[in-house]
Design a protein around this ligand. Structure first.
Ligand SMILES: C[S@@+](CC[C@H](N)C(=O)[O-])C[C@H]1O[C@@H](n2cnc3c(N)ncnc32)[C@H](O)[C@@H]1O
Length: 476
């Protein structure tokens, strides 16, 4: 197929003729998503960075649908678009490539009428200040539309071939190294993991038991016709359909938080590991921001102890500020039992001379267990990052160990499914630290590994997550 790279009669000033009026709203959204994609693909930025620094590019449901969808399927869409371009676009026109990716995503994965997708993509060329590219965008997307229509008519005949198709599609959205790694560490399950990584993550709620009885809150959900599934934890429910958190009952009153089920296991697990005789525990959450596990822990501690001290440490003040805002909504930030500290947890003086009965180390990691929730990870994570993560995880463990009282317990967690960040870290740590012993865990979801506990995104409603318990010997 041949393209016309220039459209006749388009050498006018596009913005003065068309203007960024309401009609152009969705073209502008498209342009902003293209910019966000460029920051991810070419600038190595994460979606979280875009949310924090360029929030206008991710501000509406349409922005989010397009950005998450395109990053999830970027690798296969990139291939399809590249094959249709007669020659690569110039560096300064990479925004057009992203525009084609957005259009290709909608054609393949949304039920929107193809003429509307193509028209809006063509209009977005004007918003991008590149009206000459309208012919090119029109031609490539029409070609993709024809391929999508042809694929529709060749639907698989049986369930077996449907699964094969799901695997083929999901595989084409994974970089080769990632798929090989999954296959080598999960020889019997890698196919299911690859498929799970391409699905949308469920929306899970944690009911704030310091504000409301879980049963009352569940009644409020039912009253609002919000259907949900109960879990093995009384304060945790999974919504049958995701919705804007702010539209949940009593959201502003702080009766509920959004938090994945796997992450909600942290607080209860650390609680179960605390020495039984303890009356007023002093606990450190060493990598605390934005506070998901911190506030859950605070809620569980408040339910069990008359008083406690909970310290939230993180090395990024900006993230601690966000944590404080979240804590304010939940009614926790002004609680004198909760203290925030900004410091580097690899440094000896990170907590002054404080010592703790329990430490939660929710370590920075690859996030490989959360690829369906953070689809940009598949594009940004590289195989050699795992060694750097492991180095930092071990540094954090060794340093924080000195802050743990004799007889105390440390719960190590990551949202990774790779052994480099999980069992290997625990093995190296226990070998090097003579007063550390491993504590066996028995969680409500997931299964045991040789040294810890692993949850996988293939299990119903959980992200991939790892936990390991470590106990510090009492001095004799
Ligand atoms: C996995 S996130 C923590 C998520 C949090 N526990 C929650 O449940 O919401 C890891 C955190 O570790 C922090 N971090 C990374 N390196 C650190 C260091 N050297 N010292 C302290 N915090 C660090 C990051 O800023 C990030 O907020």
């Amino acid at each position: 197929m041949s393209f016309s790279w220039h459209t006749k009669g388009t050498n006018q000033d596009p913005k003065s003729k068309v203007g960024l009026n309401k009609k152009n709203e969705s073209a502008r959204t498209r342009m902003e998503v293209c910019k966000a994609l460029q920051h991810i693909i070419e600038g190595g930025r994460t979606i979280d960075w875009i949310r924090a620094e360029k929030s206008q590019w991710i501000s509406t449901p349409l922005h989010r649908e397009l950005l998450y969808g395109t990053t999830r399927h970027y690798l296969s869409l990139q291939q399809a678009v590249t094959e249709l371009l007669k020659k690569p676009l110039r560096d300064k026109d990479r925004d057009l490539f992203q525009l084609l990716i957005v259009g290709a995503y909608q054609l393949k994965y949304t039920g929107i009428a193809s003429y509307a997708i193509i028209n809006e993509s063509v209009n977005a060329c004007i918003v991008l200040g590149k009206p000459w590219a309208r012919g090119l965008v029109n031609a490539v997307l029409r070609q993709l539309q024809r391929s999508a229509e042809a694929a529709q008519t060749e639907k698989p005949k049986d369930v077996g071939s449907e699964q094969d198709l799901a695997l083929t599609n999901a595989s084409s959205d994974h970089p080769a190294w990632l798929q090989e790694k999954l296959a080598s560490q999960y020889p019997n399950r890698w196919q299911a993991l690859v498929i799970a990584n391409n699905q949308r993550a469920p929306m899970t709620l944690r009911i704030n038991s310091t504000k409301v009885e879980p049963a009352f809150y569940k009644a409020k959900l039912r009253e609002d016709d919000i259907s949900f599934t109960e879990t093995k934890m009384v304060e945790t429910v999974v919504l049958d359909a995701a919705q804007n958190a702010e539209t949940l009952p009593s959201w502003l009153a702080g009766e509920v938080a959004v938090q994945d089920l796997s992450a909600q296991l942290a607080a209860n697990t650390l609680m179960a590991l605390l020495p039984p005789h303890i009356a007023e525990p002093s606990i450190l959450d060493a990598c605390a921001a934005p506070g998901g596990k911190l506030f859950h822990l605070h809620e569980r501690l408040s339910a069990r102890f008359k008083t406690h001290q909970l310290f939230a440490l993180d090395n990024k003040q900006k993230r601690l500020n966000e944590t404080k805002i979240i804590g304010t909504r939940l009614g926790h930030s002004k609680d004198p039992r909760l203290t925030m500290l900004c410091a580097d947890a690899t440094k000896e003086d990170c907590c002054g001379d404080l010592q703790f009965d329990g430490i939660l180390l929710d370590a920075p990691c690859s996030g490989s267990g959360t690829i369906r929730r953070n689809p940009d990870i598949r594009l940004l994570l590289k195989a050699d990052h795992l060694a750097a993560h492991q180095d930092l995880q071990l540094q954090l463990l060794h340093n924080l160990w000195h802050r743990l009282k004799d007889g105390g317990t440390l719960l190590y967690s990551t949202c990774s499914i790779f052994e480099e960040e999980n069992d290997q870290v625990i093995k190296k740590f226990v070998e090097a630290q003579v007063d550390a012993t491993r504590v066996s865990l028995q969680l409500k979801y997931g299964s045991a590994t040789s040294l810890g506990w692993q949850l996988l995104p293939t299990e119903k409603n959980t992200d991939g997550f790892y936990y390991a318990g470590l106990a510090k010997a009492e001095k004799t």
